[in-house]
Design a protein around this ligand. Structure first.
Ligand code: UDX
Length: 465
C-alpha cells in the first residue's frame, strides 16, 4: 500500500519513518518548504533519538514533498498528523490545521482512500472532517477513521515500533481492513489492536493522556504533603507503584508536567467537559495543581537562596520539558528561568539540546552557558530542573568544588539525601526532608537524622485530622 502522511512534526515524521521502516511506501508532506528541503537531504529538524538514522535508512521508501496532491496520489491511506495546539482564546484544541488539510484533500483526491486522523482531536472531529470533504466534493468515495498515537518525545521511535496497543476507530469495514493491513507488521508480533467506533477512539487518546497527567499531579501533591510531615516521596511512590493496579510509571515527582501534549490535552479535555455540561472536574483539579506548582518551585528556590535571589548567581540545569528532547514548548524550567530573572537573579542556564529553542522564548533574560561547568561555576545556588543523564553523572563533590555556595535545589530528585548530606550541601528536593543549614560549611552529617526529624515535625497536630 501507499501511505501519505500530512505534517512532519514529532508525530508525522516519526509515523512516516516508522511505517517506511516496517515496509510501507510513504510520502510525507509539509507546507514548510525549508523543512522538506532539509528532510530530502537527510536533515531532521527536530531532536528525537534515532530518528535521523531511521529516516536515512529508509530513504528509498520514504519521500518528502510540499505538494499534498503529489503525496496523496495513489495513497490508499492518508494520515493527518498536523498540530492541534491550544486555542489561546478559550483553551480548546485549535483544529484549523486539521480542517485545512481536509479541504486540501478534497481538492486533490482522485480515488478511494481512508482519511485517518492521528493528531489528538476532540471526540467527533473525524465526522467534521468527513463533512468538510463531502461538502467540498460530493462525488468523492472515501472513509474516515481515528488512529491516535501514544508516543512520548525522547522515546518516540520505540513507542511507535513497540506500542502497548494500536487503537483504530471507524464505522467502515473497508477502512478497518485497510488499517488492520497497515498494522499487520505489528499485530503479527502480538501487539493488541483495539477496534472501536470513531468517537471512542478519539476519546481514548484524551482519556489516556489526561489520566497520565493526573498521576503526575497526584504524586506531586503527595510530595508536598511529604514535605510537611517529613515523609519521603520516593518511598511513597515505590510503595504505591508496586501495586500492579497502580503501576510505578508516571509517579515521579517533579516541578510539574509540561510539553506540547499534557498541558494542551488536559485543558482541551476540561473544555470539552464544560461544553457538554459534564465537567471533567478531576482534570480541572489536575490543571490547577500543575499551574500552581511552578510558583511553588520558584518559592523553593528563593528560600534556598536565603529568601532573596536579587543579584545572586543561579545555575539552572535543564530548559527542556523533559530529557532526551530539544522541545521547550510549555516547559516548566523555562517558566522558572523567566520568574527567577524577573526576581532579579542572575540566571546562568545550560541544557544539552534545548538552548537555541529556549533562547527563542527567553531572549536575553538569562545567560546561556556552553556546558554544565560554565553554568555551575561560582553559582550561589544550583537548580536541577530537567533530569538529563549528564547532570546526574556528575558527582556532588564535583558540583561543590565549582560552586560559590553549596546549595542545590533538585527538582527531579536526581541525587540522594545521603550523598548530598555527606558532600555538605544545603539540599532542597521534592517530597523529601530538606537538608537546610544556613551555615552550610559547619554542617555535620552525623546530626542529620535528629536535625531533619526536628525540622520536619508536622506543623499541625496530626491527631486533629
Ligand atoms: C505524553 C504522553 O506520555 C504520550 O503518550 C502522548 O502521546 C504525548 O504526551 P510527552 O508529552 O512526550 O508524552 O512526555 P511525557 O514523558 O509523558 O512527560 C510529560 C510531562 O510529564 C513532562 O514534563 C515530564 O517531566 C512530566 N512527568 C512525566 C513527570 O513529572 N513525572 C512522571 O513520572 C512522568
Amino acid at each position: 500500500m501507499r501511505i501519505a502522511v500530512i505534517g512532519t512534526g514529532y508525530v508525522g515524521l516519526v509515523t512516516g519513518a516508522c511505517l517506511a521502516h516496517v515496509g510501507w511506501d510513504v510520502t510525507c508532506v509539509d507546507n514548510v518548504p525549508g523543512k522538506i528541503e532539509g528532510l530530502r537531504s537527510g536533515i531532521v529538524p527536530i531532536y528525537e533519538p534515532g530518528l535521523e538514522d531511521l529516516v536515512l535508512a529508509n530513504k528509498d521508501r520514504l519521500r518528502f514533498t510540499t505538494t499534498l496532491a503529489d503525496a496523496i496520489d495513489g495513497a490508499e491511506i492518508i494520515i493527518i498528523a498536523v498540530g492541534t495546539p491550544t486555542r489561546k482564546l478559550d483553551g480548546n484544541a485549535d483544529l484549523r490545521y486539521i480542517f485545512a488539510a481536509a479541504k486540501e484533500i478534497a481538492q486533490s483526491l482522485r480515488h478511494y482512500a481512508v482519511i485517518v486522523t492521528k493528531s489528538t482531536v476532540p471526540a467527533g472531529t473525524s465526522f467534521q472532517i468527513k463533512r468538510i470533504i463531502a461538502q467540498a466534493n460530493s462525488r468523492l468515495d472515501f472513509d474516515v477513521a481515528s488512529n491516535p498515537e501514544f508516543l512520548r518525545e525522547g522515546n518516540a521511535i520505540d513507542d511507535f515500533l513497540n506500542p502497548d496497543r494500536i487503537v483504530i476507530g471507524t464505522e467502515s469495514g473497508v477502512a478497518a481492513r485497510l488499517l488492520e493491513n497497515l498494522y499487520r507488521p505489528f499485530t503479527e508480533k502480538g501487539v493488541e489492536l483495539i477496534r472501536t467506533d470513531i468517537v471512542s477512539s478519539e476519546l481514548i487518546k484524551y482519556a489516556a493522556n489526561t489520566f497520565l497527567a493526573t498521576k503526575v499531579s497526584f504524586i506531586n501533591e503527595m510530595a508536598d504533603i511529604c514535605e510537611k510531615v517529613g515523609g519521603n516521596i520516593d518511598d511513597v511512590a515505590r510503595g504505591m507503584g508496586s501495586d500492579t493496579r497502580i503501576g510505578e510509571a508516571f509517579l515521579r515527582p517533579g516541578p510539574g508536567y509540561g510539553g506540547s501534549c499534557f498541558p494542551k490535552d488536559t485543558l482541551a479535555m476540561a473544555r470539552i467537559g464544560q461544553k457538554l455540561l459534564s465537567p471533567a472536574s478531576i482534570v480541572e483539579a489536575v490543571i490547577s495543581v500543575n499551574r500552581l506548582r511552578t510558583h511553588r518551585m520558584v518559592a523553593k528556590i528563593v528560600h534556598a537562596a536565603g529568601d532573596d535571589v536579587r543579584g545572586k548567581r543561579i545555575a539552572l540545569l535543564g530548559l527542556t520539558f523533559k530529557p532526551n528532547t530539544d522541545d521547550v514548548r510549555d516547559s516548566v524550567p523555562v517558566v522558572i528561568a523567566e520568574e527567577l530573572s524577573q526576581l532579579g537573579a542572575q540566571v546562568r542556564a545550560y541544557d544539552p539540546k534545548g538552548m537555541e529553542q529556549a533562547r527563542g522564548l527567553l531572549g536575553d533574560a538569562i545567560e546561556y552557558c556552553e556546558c554544565l561547568e560554565d553554568a555551575v561555576t561560582d553559582a550561589q545556588v544550583c537548580v536541577i530542573a530537567t533530569e538529563w543523564k549528564e547532570f546526574r553523572e556528575k558527582k556532588p563533590g564535583e558540583y561543590k568544588h565549582l560552586m560559590a555556595r553549596r546549595v542545590m535545589v533538585d527538582l527531579r530528585n536526581v541525587f540522594s539525601l545521603k550523598e548530598m548530606s555527606e558532600a555538605g550541601f544545603s539540599y532542597f528536593s521534592i517530597g523529601r526532608p530538606a537538608i537546610e543549614d544556613r551555615t552550610v560549611s559547619q554542617y555535620d552529617p552525623s546530626t542529620f537524622e535528629r536535625k531533619v526529624r526536628v525540622d520536619a515535625a508536622p506543623s499541625f497536630e496530626l491527631s486533629a485530622y
